[in-house]
Design a protein around this ligand. Structure first.
Ligand code: ADP
Length: 447
């Protein structure tokens, strides 16, 4: 087992990892920018190292500073959290070259899944259902037209190097195809330095359903059920549920088994998420994230398994603590992402939190790195906390969520709490009746 883990992240996820390490009796090192000197993850870690000025590229994305911090403190492993360097294959390779364990998959697996065309090809080879579309990149308009005619309109053009919802264009008919192809290609070239694009069928009212998997790196794989993350705004998840209100037990185990077998065959190591669009009873692979997700907490709530413990165990060579048969699902969980943003315009609202009171009681978990008197720096993402609620069934979970939202107090800044108070009372949400466009349509109506 590791002696000392350096946590290459900040905010609630740095605390999340720190807690798991402490429980396992492992020393922790926090790294921080000058803007985060007073942050909670710095206060709670055994040691801390300042790695640079506020901008992420000079601190949390600065590989040399982070490797130097490992060497100064003698850390033998690094947990990257999510975002920042968590899906940076070069970082994983550099750590390996320094004999420091990256708590995550191999650089090669990160690389495959970071290239959307390669990821889709790999998924297909492993028996995962994919969205019908081009085999690889499309080179010209003629080929694009041929593929689109074959799969049928509407189609979506996507950048192979894409991420964060950028470089995607929809063509409703053949007349739109030329422009869509050109714009997607130009955007992809400008944003990612790689203008390779591919085409797939555009699904009109899908849900976003993702499967949590774990590989032990030695040919074993398990799944921990799915999460429904259809409630999104600009491709950013807002509210997540486990299990999905749309799936039955048979569909759950069918897609779960497909994913578990795929990661086993890939020889994948650590936590991962296989993301699908789901429409008319069919699953369509869109991407795989090779890291812990923000919303891993709802999977923890319904399985009782600490996913960060498992990540650390697997990375240290100790294997998974559970087999597929040990994994059982209990009740229902919902996560609300509480952002320091105006609840109507979503404009970030940095500033000082004058009062912070979190709800409590049975079935409530709050993961947050902030406290009363904390000043939110303007340099990073606006997530200030996650409210995770668990109940024996979805109805109980929603009742408890409503009560927890009433108790939550954040003064001094604007937050998205009022949005969740509205959502929890909405009949469509109560019925679990929503797709990936529901939230944006609902917000547009409210304006
Ligand atoms: P990124 O990595 O940029 O987030 P994804 O492939 O994960 O790209 O897609 C992001 C979002 O774009 C999806 O959650 C979905 O809303 C939409 N999308 C992607 N592919 C399709 C598709 N074939 N049909 C409909 N919507 C899609």
């Amino acid at each position: 087992m590791f002696q000392k883990i350096l946590i290459a992240n900040r905010g609630e996820i740095a605390l999340r990892v720190l807690r798991a390490a402490k429980e396992l009796g492992i020393q922790t090192v926090a790294v921080h920018s000058t803007a985060d000197a007073d942050a909670m993850h710095v206060r709670l870690a055994d040691e801390s190292v300042c790695i640079g000025p506020p901008p992420s590229r000079d601190s949390y994305l600065n590989i040399h500073q982070i490797v130097a911090a490992c060497e100064i403190t003698g850390a033998d492993a690094v947990h990257p959290g999510y975002g920042f360097l968590s899906e940076n294959a070069k970082f994983a390779d550099i750590l390996a070259a320094h004999n420091i364990t990256f708590i995550g998959p191999s650089g090669d697996h990160i690389r495959i899944m970071g290239d959307k065309i390669e990821a889709k090809r790999t998924a297909k080879r492993l028996g995962i259902p994919v969205v019908p579309g081009s085999e690889g990149a499309v080179s010209d308009e003629k080929e694009a037209k041929r593929v689109a005619a074959e799969i049928g309109y509407p189609v979506i053009i996507k950048a192979s190097a894409g991420g964060g919802g950028r470089g995607m264009k929809v063509a409703l008919t053949e007349a739109d195809l030329e422009i869509a192809l050109q714009t997607a290609r130009t955007e992809a070239g400008a944003a990612f330095g790689d203008d390779a694009v591919y085409i797939e069928k555009y699904l009109q009212k899908p849900r976003h359903i993702e499967v949590q998997i774990f590989g032990d790196g030695a040919g074993k794989g398990v799944h921990l059920g799915e999460r429904d993350c259809s409630l999104q705004r600009r491709h950013q998840k807002v509210w997540e549920e486990a299990n999905s209100p749309a799936l039955n037990a048979e569909e759950r185990s069918r897609i779960g088994e497909i994913c578990a077998n795929a990661v086993a065959n890939l020889g994948y190591s650590g936590a991962g998420t296989i993301e699908f669009l789901y429409e008319n009873g069919e699953f369509y692979f869109i991407e795989m994230n090779t890291r812990l997700q923000v919303e891993h907490t709802i999977t923890e709530a319904i399985t009782g398994i600490d996913l960060v413990h498992e990540q650390i165990r697997v990375a240290s060579g100790g294997g998974l603590s559970v087999t597929q048969n040990d994994i059982r699902f209990h009740g229902h969980a919902i996560e609300c992402r509480i952002n320091a943003e105006d609840p109507r315009t979503f404009v970030p609202s940095p500033g000082t939190i004058t009062h912070f009171h979190t709800p409590g009681g049975l079935g409530i978990r709050v993961d947050s790195g902030v406290y009363s008197g904390y000043r939110i720096p303007p340099y990073y993402d606006s997530l200030i906390g996650k409210l995770i609620v668990h109940g024996r069934n979805r109805v109980e979970c929603m009742m408890r969520l409503r009560r927890a939202l009433d108790e939550f107090v954040v003064d001094g800044i604007k937050t998205t709490l009022p949005l969740f108070r509205e959502l929890v009372g909405n009949p469509d949400i109560a019925n679990g009746d929503y797709d990936i466009h529901w939230l944006e349509k609902h917000l547009a109506k409210g304006e």
